[in-house]
Design a protein around this ligand. Structure first.
Ligand SMILES: [Zn+2]
Length: 236
């Protein structure tokens, strides 16, 4: 019996690995699409910032053009100043020049503010773009690893199932059938260890005499609470 218990315990170890790998198999495609979504989000954000900078540049160029035209206009007015015939006309023209100059000062100030803003955004953009590039490389690497793992996992699972079935083929049909029922009904855990008078499958106390018997691994003993098969192993 002791050998049979050890064999069924080993089958359990394999089944636990199988369950873990099957979870991974299901989770990996989700992980990959999450990474893709994260990268796309970051790309969109960086692209948006680039667009904002372009818009501001466009505005700056427009204002500079306007300013140049206004300055040209003032120059022409100033040249004409000496051609006017009446004082009234002269005063009117002076006023026009004055107003245009005040307007230009304002435009110049606006251009300056725009330039500062653009400078600031460009610095931030470059920082973000650098980070994006690094993250992109990181994500590509992770995705490659995940895909590689996915590709091999099917083969590994097949091999593990074969090993498990071999072990289950050795034990008595009664034990095999108890094991299979428990695997199905007890969340994939049919064989459990025990420690300090407690079943490590359900954490319930085991009667002292039963506990002592179970630690000997000499006969098939099921947990009185969860019905799982006991297999005692010191180091766990
Ligand atoms: Zn139990």
């Amino acid at each position: 019996m002791e050998q049979e218990l050890k064999t069924i315990y080993e089958a359990q170890l394999i089944d636990s690995t199988i369950i873990e790998k099957e979870k991974r198999l299901k989770l990996t495609p989700k992980l990959i699409s999450e990474l893709d979504a994260e990268l796309q989000d970051t790309k969109n954000r960086v692209e948006k910032e680039r667009e904002v900078i372009q818009e501001l540049e466009k505005e700056r160029r427009k204002k500079e053009k306007e300013l140049d035209a206004e300055k040209e206009k003032i120059k022409k007015l100033e040249a004409k100043l000496y051609e006017v015939k009446t004082n009234k006309e002269y005063q009117a023209m002076l006023k026009e020049i004055e107003t245009a100059k005040v307007e230009n000062d304002k435009t110049e100030e606006e251009i300056l503010i725009l330039m500062e803003k653009i400078e600031e955004l460009k610095k931030d953009y470059e920082e973000q773009a650098k980070r994006l590039k690094a993250r992109e490389i990181e994500i590509e690497k992770t995705k490659k690893e995940l895909k590689k793992e996915l590709e091999s996992i099917e083969g590994v699972l097949e091999e593990l199932k074969k090993q498990r079935d071999n072990l289950l083929g050795i034990v008595s049909s009664d034990l095999r059938s108890i094991y299979k029922t428990l695997i199905e009904k007890r969340g994939g855990v049919a064989v459990v260890n025990l420690k300090n008078g407690v079943c490590l499958g359900c954490n319930m106390n085991i009667p002292p005499q039963l506990f002592i018997e179970a630690t000997k691994n000499r006969e098939l003993i099921l947990c009185p609470s969860c019905n799982r098969i006991f297999y005692f192993k010191e180091e766990e």
